[in-house]
Design a protein around this ligand. Structure first.
Ligand code: SF4
Length: 394
């Protein structure tokens, strides 16, 4: 397997087992982009020296017949956009989409996909993604933190307008795709005010997206921070001293001071609760399109965040989640080592563990084990707002 190298564990953030990056660098040129940071080793000018990967579709075509593990394929990340302007000509993402939808059938079945973008160019491939949503699952994530076009023109100069992005979400939603808004990063002094965040949630509700994931700005010391502060200094110089102050600790992670993080959280929390929208890609969306073993790993990790958000003690849950991850990695490695195992072996492992009682002993938490058995054997899902189990048909 060349391109589709599955991870040992699905990624918490993207829910992906496989990642495809058709480009390196990003011409959208967001002033705050984390992809500029030195830790990603992107050489040259991040927004002009875009590296295209034209061999990606051929490599994907060669890999698909060998993909024994069903898992979500993520297009794009926080450091590149699969629908940035050069895609209009090179069509690398579009060719990969065509292959996922109509290309060689993997032994594990069609692989669901997730797209992260700030570009309305994704609409070009909507006919394909619509088919994929019905046959395997498709999730569209669009970044959007404000409705202020003047701000967008300065901070995200190459990306689609906010109105176009809302239109993109609307059309994908109408086509039967799952959709979510990555409402990050809210920019200090520019888009982190209550009224501004409220407008984003109102737009999200109006469209009916499946979730909104909010977040603040990180500024890693070096190129990323320097460029952002320089841009802010030209655009809104009066904000510069305050922003420099909250990032003065110069942490490697780029996070601002604890006080600044808490202040943003206290602005966002009531708004997101009022909205009734989950802040994580919900179990209801990923449960039906991912294998049960990966879905349960994500659910346990999400529950830690969801319960912590309600100030519920999560220590026992964390312990069980660690046990489960170790079990899953061992199963997965055994499956990869033993080529003679049927492609369904891994997908059958968790339902069998639930029926035999193995899951109960490995989680070492009877209440959680009963909850997981209901999900695995009866097809229920956890509602991320009410935190109640619901039958999957709802
Ligand atoms: S669209 Fe994403 S990857 Fe591209 S510059 Fe903006 S933040 Fe970075």
């Amino acid at each position: 397997m060349d391109l589709l190298k599955p991870a040992d564990l699905v990624d918490n953030f993207t829910r992906a087992l496989y990642k495809l990056a058709p480009y390196r660098g990003c011409a959208h040129g967001c002033r705050y982009c984390d992809g500029r940071a030195e830790r990603y080793y992107v050489e040259g000018d991040f927004e002009r020296d875009i590296v295209e990967k034209p061999t990606l579709p051929a490599r994907l075509a060669a890999d698909l017949p060998k993909a024994r593990e069903r898992g979500l394929v993520a297009f794009g990340s926080g450091t590149t956009d699969p629908y940035q302007p050069c895609e209009a000509v090179s069509n690398i993402t579009g060719s990969c989409a065509e292959l996922l939808v109509r290309g060689p059938l993997p032994p594990a079945g069609r692989l669901p996909a997730l797209i992260m973008t700030k570009s309305a160019l994704a609409l070009r491939d909507l006919p394909l993604w619509k088919i994929h949503a019905a046959q395997a699952g498709l999730v569209l994530l669009v970044s959007l933190t404000s409705l202020d076009e003047d701000l967008r023109a300065v901070m995200e100069p190459g990306a689609s307008s906010f109105a176009q992005r809302l239109g993109l979400l609307r059309e994908f939603k109408a086509a039967g795709c799952a959709t979510g808004i990555l409402a990050m990063p809210f920019l200090p002094g520019l888009s982190d005010q209550e009224e501004s965040i409220q407008r984003v949630y109102a737009a999200a509700k109006d469209i009916g997206v499946d979730f909104v994931m909010p977040g603040g700005l990180t500024l890693r010391p070096g190129r990323q921070k320097d460029l952002y502060l320089s841009c802010l200094g030209q655009f809104r110089p009066e904000l510069l001293p305050g922003v420099e102050s909250i990032y003065r600790e110069a942490r490697d992670s780029g996070t601002p001071t604890w006080e600044a993080r808490k202040a943003l959280e206290s602005t966002i929390t009531p708004l997101r609760r009022d909205s009734g929208l989950p802040f994580l890609l919900p179990h209801k969306v990923f449960g039906p399109i991912l294998p049960a073993h990966d879905s349960l790993r994500l659910l346990l990790r999400d529950m830690i965040e969801l319960y912590a958000d309600r100030s519920i003690d999560t220590r026992m849950l964390k312990r069980s989640a660690e046990f489960y991850d170790s079990w899953l990695v061992a199963k997965r490695r055994e499956f990869r080592r033993t080529r003679s195992l049927a492609s369904s072996w891994l997908e059958d492992a968790l339902p069998e563990a639930a029926k035999s009682g193995e899951l109960r002993s490995l989680l070492d938490n009877p209440k959680l084990a009963s909850f997981c058995e209901t999900i695995i054997l009866e097809g229920a899902y956890l509602d991320y707002v009410s935190l109640r189990l619901e039958p999957r048909s709802q």
